[in-house]
Design a protein around this ligand. Structure first.
Ligand SMILES: Cc1cc2nc3c(=O)[nH]c(=O)nc-3n(C[C@H](O)[C@H](O)[C@H](O)COP(=O)(O)OP(=O)(O)OC[C@H]3O[C@@H](n4cnc5c(N)ncnc54)[C@H](O)[C@@H]3O)c2cc1C
Length: 464
């Protein structure tokens, strides 16, 4: 059978791939997208969205326990884990079918099956219905990533889980070990701890949330400890022994090895790109530690072959994948898009308290040789935060003392994942302290703390 012909083929329908396909279709290209599992990829089905649905249940549960504080009565507070998970799966399903609708609306041809490069401009797709070939002048690899498995800590789905198992837990853990305190590990730790699991987090680096500003990590740790979590930093889980429905973790900390018993372990030690079985090496694509090597425009160096999103490396974030998707679609359609500025991609962790940041931490800015001005503003100085009963947290801003450029912003506290975008816009517009100070922030909002933090960097904070 002759190969079906397109202008562009996208492999993988996650937030990188499906957004790329839509933008290319808007620009008049005839696009096919190949997906082997679910439209929407990890993000909609096994990542961003279902975790946020679970965390929302935990947040409401937590608030119900605080009912009295708000003058309310709530008796017999409890939860039904199956129903919590059912809601989360339903939200994921709703969004995945939304992507199917968007593909149809934009006249993108969806081909379900496993894709593999089959020579220049050609992709073979295999499914239980058979095999077929597609051809196009441009191919975008957007195959995403999966959980990293470390030797001795491999998931079995029963006692040791990856994020996929943790999103559909078969039981409520009683004694839970979370290995890794990046965003994924901390979100699951926050969820299960709030629902009552005795939760321990082990982090190999010197502090939890290691990519965040040191003050944010320290503040978040204090809050997690208050919530009853146990945290071991500079500690390594060497081995997991599984027997009789229990896991014994061998944890190396401070030069000695301790053993600890758990009924459930979540391994959140990072992710690896889905680079295997695609014929990438044969096509001449360079791979570095499980990620496709690309330039600032997501070009692989092989004519007509691009890679976007998680498979193309850090930061492993949905919005980075989508933005790369749009940029590549515009490039392929003959446009002149700007490359992404990595320093303007915000990172958010939806634990309690939430954490959000963009740009350089104070330490990193100093390492880079900047003389900095730093502003801080605590939630306790904000009227809305107090009215909400969310007076814990702070907003920190880092400026270049010489030019006033906003180098970074770091927040911890209620709703900061919604606030951070204000600073992202600022950084995109290359804002300085002067414009931020001139900006009028609505009252009463949590966003006023963003203003006050800037004012504080210049000794002008009003409410603290
Ligand atoms: C638990 C968890 C929580 C997360 N929370 C957040 C968050 O809050 N915010 C955030 O920004 N990011 C979050 N992420 C990360 C986010 O999910 C990823 O960055 C994002 O999904 C990457 O998008 P992508 O399009 O590159 O790849 P994916 O979403 O991984 O999509 C890739 C798709 O390609 C398909 N595929 C792979 N190989 C083939 C093949 N050979 N043929 C056909 N199809 C193939 C896969 O089936 C998949 O559907 C989270 C991740 C996890 C695991």
């Amino acid at each position: 059978m002759a190969a079906r012909s397109f202008d562009m083929i996208v492999i993988g329908a996650g937030p990188g791939g499906y957004v790329c396909a839509i933008r290319a279709a808007q620009l008049g290209l005839n696009v096919a997208i190949v997906e082997r599992e679910n439209l929407g990829g990890i993000c909609l089905n096994w990542g961003c969205i279902p975790t946020k649905a679970l965390l929302r249940s935990a947040e409401v549960f937590h608030l119900m326990h605080r009912a009295k504080e708000f003058g309310l009565k709530a008796n017999g507070i409890g939860y039904d884990l199956d129903a919590v998970v059912k809601r989360s799966r339903g939200v994921a399903r709703q969004l995945s079918s939304g992507v199917a609708h968007l593909m149809k609306k934009n006249k993108v041809t969806v081909v379900m099956g496993e894709a593999k490069l089959a020579g220049p401009g050609r992709v073979s797709v295999t499914s239980d219905k058979g095999a077929e070939e597609l051809e196009a002048r441009a191919i975008v690899v957007a195959t995403g990533a999966r959980a990293r498995e470390l030797p001795g800590l491999e998931a079995d789905g029963d006692l040791v889980w990856t994020y996929r198992h943790a999103l559909q837990p078969r039981r409520m853990p009683k004694k839970l070990l979370v290995i890794g305190s990046g965003a994924i590990g901390i979100e699951f730790a926050s969820f299960f701890n709030t629902l009552g699991a005795d939760t321990t987090v082990v982090e190999v680096m010197e502090r939890i949330l290691p990519v965040e500003d040191a003050e944010v990590s320290a503040f978040a740790k204090k809050q997690f400890l208050k919530q009853g979590m146990k945290i071991l930093e500079q500690a390594t889980v060497k081995k997991l022994d599984r027997a009789g429905g229990k896991v014994t973790a061998h944890v190396e900390t401070g030069g000695r090895t301790e053993t600890m018993e758990f009924d459930t372990v979540i391994s959140a030690v990072g992710i690896v790109g889905n680079v295997e079985g695609l014929g990438l090496e044969d096509a001449g694509v360079k791979i570095d530690r499980s990620h496709v090597v690309t330039d600032a425009f997501c070009r692989t160096g092989v004519e007509g072959l691009f890679a976007i999103g998680d498979v193309a490396g850090a930061p492993w974030l949905a919005h980075k994948a989508s933005h790369e998707g749009v940029m590549v679609a515009e490039l392929i359609a003959g446009g002149h898009p700007h490359p992404i500025k990595p320093g303007s991609i915000a990172g958010c962790t939806y634990c309690q308290p939430q954490v959000a940041s963009v740009g350089l931490t104070e330490a990193r800015a100093k390492e880079k040789g900047y003389e900095v001005k730093v502003g801080r503003f605590p939630f306790i100085g904000n009227g809305k935060a107090i009215a909400l009963g969310e007076a814990e947290g702070f907003v920190k801003t880092v400026f270049d003392a010489k030019t006033g450029e906003l180098l970074g912003a770091h927040m911890v506290g209620a709703e900061v994942t919604e606030l951070i975008q204000g600073y992202v816009v600022g950084r995109t517009l290359e804002t300085t302290e002067a414009e931020l100070m001139e900006t009028v922030f609505p009252h009463p909002t949590l966003s006023e703390m963003m203003h006050e933090s800037v004012l504080d960097a210049y000794g002008r904070a009003i409410h603290f």
